[in-house]
Write a protein of this length. Sequence first.
Length: 117
Amino acid sequence: MTFGPKASDGFATIPRGMSNILIDQSNGGMALKCVRCNLTRLISLIGTFQNGPVTDETGLKGTYDVILRFSYGGANEHNFPELPAAIQEQLNLKLVPGKAPIEFLVIDRAAKLPTGN
């Protein structure tokens, strides 16, 4: 896929009608640009940075354009906030610890296949 030239926000431009998430990581700072994405997709990605599942409890539908800048892996030269604070300050959303059902696969037995002599 070919993206357009960099825009003033430092990210490549996304062709009209397309949706994508762009990631820029530098010196402990992380920036995500979500173009025409639904919150389910963005929240799924946020879960990978939270090292655990994140569920969408917002009830918001539709697609959004957002840029989220946060610290990842300690100090950063950009002074970006940690992810939970960045989400609240920049997106006006809040990560709330809680419990929710998740799907997982249980393997209760495994048999070793015989090998030839």
